[in-house]
Design a protein around this ligand. Structure first.
Ligand SMILES: Cc1ncc(COP(=O)(O)O)c(C=O)c1O
Length: 466
């Protein structure tokens, strides 16, 4: 689509050289022709008004009008009475590129993990909150601000995570960031500067995210196994790591909850080793059939960096997250955020603060909890009907499940065969660091798949699964 300007004239950068000896009108005509031929201005785009272009270049308006008239006669431009001069459809011009084709094949169901219900984004609530933010934001808040984020938002957020996650949040020790990914980078860099040399992470987990962030911070990364009770803390203690990245409330991707004894053992390890736990609290808002699990951070504020995000509770596109920092590291982490990008967008923070304060955020979470619970039921029922031998685990929270296959067929073959039937399935292997002798498991995301698609998709691939 060509750019559209509402009302006022678009700017267009041209220069004329008064010393060249070439008449100014010829120069301007040539420049406009070149701009059209090279695609700098595209078919359908408006040119500046003759008055604006003349004033910008210090030329007479009559000269620009003559130049436009000449280019109309040559077929480069069109102008209707009362409307702007535009690049003509038939001009020898590069048309605006068509949007790239969506190469993703249409699937009956795509069990992509880590994606919330994108259609469930509360657009009208967010529009309301953004309008409120723009309307009420004080003038001073439009300046560069505190790199930790808006004080207003940090205050509201601290109240929220205390209430909902039983976290121990002091607004002074919160750093707003652009999601978990940036939060992890900031945390690891701060730890590296504090003398940490190695960080452990869960296996299975998010090996690529952690190892690449660790490498950027100059740390080595050590995988530690996860079993039915969560991270194996004894195995962690046997490593040289002085930091660990964990998902205690709902382990990614197995879905197990870190057992109470392990939670305590992990904190004890951190105290004994003078270490720090990085808690990825990514989807704890969505829990179904078990007692709520509070954030680990609430148990040991000075030993845990908790990272929260709205990528699951709202949508990834917002790029809003937060770090609850141990007081001793808070200043370093704020400095790092400052060096990264001088702080996250203030308007978005105000909008989220208004969403939370007004109760709209909680209402959205309640609504989505019901949506995901229904999808989870649909998945369990469809698997029971079409693949009864498949065991499903990890369903206590969030919007993904682990399907355990019987091992007679390998992960790649199942995924490829499912694709041929227009169903997107995804294996556990990218989440693993050690691959040898591992059982065949699929991670089935149901966040962005409707109930009907879940049932149709599983029916289409049931025989492949077992
Ligand atoms: C384990 C885990 N934690 C957190 C996130 C959220 O990351 P971000 O906040 O950068 O979108 C994801 C996203 O996929 C994830 O898989």
């Amino acid at each position: 689509m060509p750019f559209e300007w509402s009302g006022s004239s678009p700017d267009l950068l041209f220069a004329v050289n008064r010393d060249s000896g070439e008449p100014l009108r010829c120069q301007l005509e040539r420049r406009i022709r070149d701009a059209i031929r090279s695609g700098r201005v595209r078919v359908g785009e408006r040119l500046p008004s003759s008055r604006a272009l003349a004033s910008g270049l210090g030329l007479s308006r009559g000269l620009v009008q003559e130049c436009y008239a000449q280019l109309q006669a040559e077929g480069y431009l069109v102008a209707r009475i009362g409307s702007a001069t535009r690049v003509a459809a038939g001009a020898c011009a590069v048309s605006a590129p068509a949007p790239p084709p969506d190469r993703r094949p249409r699937l009956l169901a795509d069990f992509r993990w880590a994606v919330p219900d994108l259609g469930g984004f509360p657009r009208s609530d967010w529009s309301w909150a953004m309008r409120e933010a723009v309307r009420t934001l004080p003038r001073s808040a439009l300046d560069y601000g505190d790199p930790r984020g808006s004080a207003v938002f940090r205050e509201v957020l601290a109240g929220y995570v205390r209430r909902v996650r039983a976290a121990s949040a002091d607004p002074e020790s919160i750093v707003i960031c652009s999601g978990y990914a940036q939060g992890l980078n900031i945390a690891l860099r701060a730890l590296a500067r504090a003398g940490v040399r190695a960080v452990a992470y869960e296996d299975p987990g998010s090996p690529e995210t952690v190892t690449s962030a660790a490498a950027r911070a100059g740390l080595s990364a050590i995988p530690v196994p996860v079993d039915e009770q969560g991270l194996d803390v004894a195995a962690l203690a046997a490593t040289e790591a002085r930091a660990v990245v964990v998902t205690p409330a709902h382990q990614w991707p197995t879905g197990v909850v870190l057992a109470p004894e392990r939670r305590l053992a992990l904190i004890e390890w951190a105290v004994r080793r003078d270490a720090v736990v990085i808690e990825d609290d990514y989807d704890a808002e969505f829990r179904y059939d078990r007692e709520p699990v509070g954030a680990l951070q609430g148990l040991a504020t000075d030993r845990v960096i908790a990272i929260g995000t709205v990528s699951k509770s709202l949508v990834p596109a917002l790029r809003i997250g937060w770090l609850l920092c141990p007081p001793a590291l808070a200043r370093r982490m704020a400095e790092d955020k400052n060096l990264d990008d001088r702080g996250s967008p203030t308007l978005d923070q105000y909008a989220l603060a208004r969403m939370i304060e007004s109760g709209r955020y909680d209402r959205h979470l309640r609504r989505m909890r019901a949506v995901y619970a229904a999808r989870r039921t649909a998945l369990v029922e469809a698997l029971a009907e079409h693949a009864p031998s498949v065991r499903v685990t990890g369903l206590a929270a969030g919007f993904h499940a682990v399907a355990h296959l019987d091992g007679s067929i390998d992960e790649h073959t199942v995924i490829t065969a499912a694709r041929e039937r227009a169903v997107g399935l995804y294996g556990m292997s990218p989440c693993r660091t050690g691959h040898a002798g591992t059982p065949v498991q699929l991670v089935l995301g149901f966040g962005d798949v409707g109930e009907r698609a879940i049932r149709t998709g599983i029916a289409a691939v049931g025989d492949l699964l077992g």
